[in-house]
Design a protein. Structure first.
Lengths: 244, 347
């Protein structure tokens, strides 16, 4: 039987969605705050999806639930048809199938760039030599061959985000989730990071989901979802249909 | 600090016990005959007559053991022996001679003589009575090297124990052919205890470990060390709780990257164990240093040797690591249980 967490992207059947969200709800403070109010969504393998919305609209909450960082109050997230948190262990899902890129980079301050990239690999089997080789290859791919042994505080913001991207790719995930990846970067670095992300998505055939409040990035995505008050307000996969 | 206290205190009590054993071994004592009761520890001196008449007993020397303040700074173990005690055979007289019964004479261990700056012919005041130092000896144990030995009758008078002794030290006759030493010792024990109801005959090795002084030293050492260790556990727990709190976001990153809860738990526990291990090593050095100081201080030199048994060091290191793991358990459990989202939000 095929393990839905570790199935190679290429073996997926095109007909079935990679990620499917059914009536997803998330509330906080004993139900007083409803971050998501019944979201339904289907994401295919190789999609480049942008999620935008105002602050507090629920876009980051949606990304966290898609990434298995949190569990929904009700509703379901299915990966390759298997229910997250039930059929699929969330730790294993985050480790094997998802790569995260955060606005604040979230690198380990006491580790060098090459060591930071190896952190996700420590959660899966592999020899130390193979981990180092892979981390170095990924950093070279990000144009950081001369910065491998630097600590995060010795790197520029753009370089830190490139290390974070290399780390997100460490375990060859099927999905790359980026939460405001250019939020802490200047325009030059923002453009470079987005160029890298779209290049990686195209080259590896990965699913890229970016949460952003920047229209330029949202418009560059093949599919753009706008969230408002915890619900999908607009999804251009529905050919511009506005949902109320 | 806690491990330092443990090594120093338990090392102290262990070395005390070890020195007792050496004392008995060097004098060739096979059995110590003592009271069965714990608090009333004196035995009638007259029991010696009956004891010496038993077939297995070769020699039975009455003795008193006491601790005395010789100067405000120096106290020492004081032994009361008869002038014909077989236990003199283990002493190597460096100068002078043995004392005589009924005379105000003492002999001093070389360590004590050095601490008191006394030589043969000098006087020494003990509880208001003046004694002459007639000999300096080197003993087979630190308990002798730092001790003062005086006539039994004189010490009985000083201690208000006329007609009483602390114990009889017994040398048995050679083991008869065809009999095992263990069986012979057991038979002799039974014979003595049957002849002298109310008294116990204890093998020397056992007596070294369970005489009142050693038992109290062990109890005090373990009691004090346990309190120090408890404080140490709380200190490590506090350090680990702070450490986990300060790295909440890092824990969140690891959880977000797919690290399982048990792996985070192991990571924190490894740190706690390392903290305990390093603290243990430092504590061992500290405790060993303290023992070395105690071994040369006039007040304690007579009962402490500077050597620390390797097993005690291993035990101390084990306790330190265990204390680290125990102290790290709650912070590790709480840290590893953090939700990735909550942890990533932490400032």
């Amino acid at each position: 039987m095929t393990n839905p967490v570790t199935s190679p992207v290429a073996s997926l059947q095109p007909a079935s969605p990679l990620l499917e969200v059914r009536d997803l709800r998330k509330s906080y403070d004993q139900g007083r705050i409803e971050a998501l109010r019944g979201v339904d969504l289907s994401i295919a393998t190789g999609d480049f999806l942008a999620i935008s919305g105002a602050s507090g609209s629920g876009k980051s909450t949606l990304l966290q639930l898609l990434g298995g960082l949190d569990s929904p109050t009700s509703g379901q997230v299915l990966f390759n048809g298997a229910l997250l948190g039930s059929s699929i262990d969330l730790d294993a899902y985050r480790s094997n199938s998802v790569g995260f890129i955060f606005q604040a980079f979230h690198l380990m301050p006491t580790l060098r760039a090459v060591e930071n990239v190896q952190v996700p690999m420590l959660a899966v089997a592999g020899s130390p030599q193979s981990r180092v080789r892979k981390a170095e290859a990924l950093l070279r791919e990000m144009g950081l061959e001369r910065r491998m042994n630097q600590y995060p505080n010795q790197l520029s913001a753009g370089e830190r985000q490139r290390v974070a991207i290399a780390r997100a790719l460490a375990n060859d995930p099927a999905i790359l989730l980026a939460d405001e990846p250019t939020g802490n970067l200047d325009s030059v670095n923002s453009a470079r990071i987005m160029e890298m992300l779209t290049g990686i998505q195209a080259k590896r055939g990965m699913t890229l989901i970016v949460v952003t409040h920047e229209n330029e990035i949202a418009n560059a995505a093949a599919r753009h979802i706008r969230i408002r008050d915890g619900q999908i307000e607009r999804d251009n996969a529905d050919r511009g249909r506005i949902t109320q | 600090m806690a491990i330092g206290a443990f090594v120093a205190l338990v090392g102290f009590s262990n070395s005390f016990e070890h020195e007792w054993l050496r004392l008995y071994e060097s004098s060739g004592t096979d059995l110590a005959v003592v009271q069965r009761t714990f608090f009333n520890t004196s035995v009638d001196e007259s029991a010696g007559v009956k004891l010496r008449s038993l077939p297995a007993v070769a020699q039975a020397s009455p003795m008193i053991l006491n601790m005395m303040d010789l100067t405000p700074e120096v106290n020492a173990l004081a032994y009361g022996w008869n002038a014909d005690s077989y236990e003199f055979s283990s002493l190597n007289m460096k100068s002078g001679r043995h004392f005589r019964d009924g005379q105000p004479e003492v002999i001093l261990g070389d360590l004590l003589a050095s601490n008191l700056d006394k030589k043969v012919g000098d006087s020494i005041d003990i509880q208001g009575s003046r004694f002459t130092v007639v000999g300096i000896f080197h003993g087979g144990s630190a308990l002798e090297a730092g001790a003062i030995i005086l006539p039994l009758d004189e010490l009985q008078q000083l201690s208000s124990l006329q007609g009483k002794v602390t114990a009889f030290h017994v040398r048995l006759r050679p083991v008869p052919a065809g009999e095992s030493p263990e069986h012979y010792l057991q038979t002799a024990q039974a014979e003595i205890e049957s002849a002298l109801p109310g008294l116990r005959a204890i093998p020397a090795a056992e007596r070294a470990g369970n005489n009142q002084l050693v038992l109290m030293a062990h109890a005090a050492a373990w009691g004090t060390s346990s309190i120090a260790l408890l404080i140490g556990v709380f200190s490590i727990a506090n350090t680990m709780a702070m450490s986990v709190f300060e790295r909440t976001r890092e824990i969140g990153i690891l959880r977000a990257l797919g690290w399982k809860r048990w792996r985070i738990l192991m990571l924190i526990q490894m740190e706690a164990a390392t903290l305990g291990f390093v603290g243990g090593l430092l504590g061992m050095a500290l405790g060993w240093g303290a023992l070395r100081v105690l071994a040369v201080l006039p007040q304690t030199a007579s009962i402490v040797s500077a050597s620390v048994p390797p097993l005690l060091l291993l035990e101390a290191l084990g306790i330190a690591v265990l204390a680290g793991l125990l102290a790290g358990a709650i912070p590790a459990w709480r840290g590893s249980g953090l939700s990735p989202v909550e942890a990533l939000r932490h400032d």
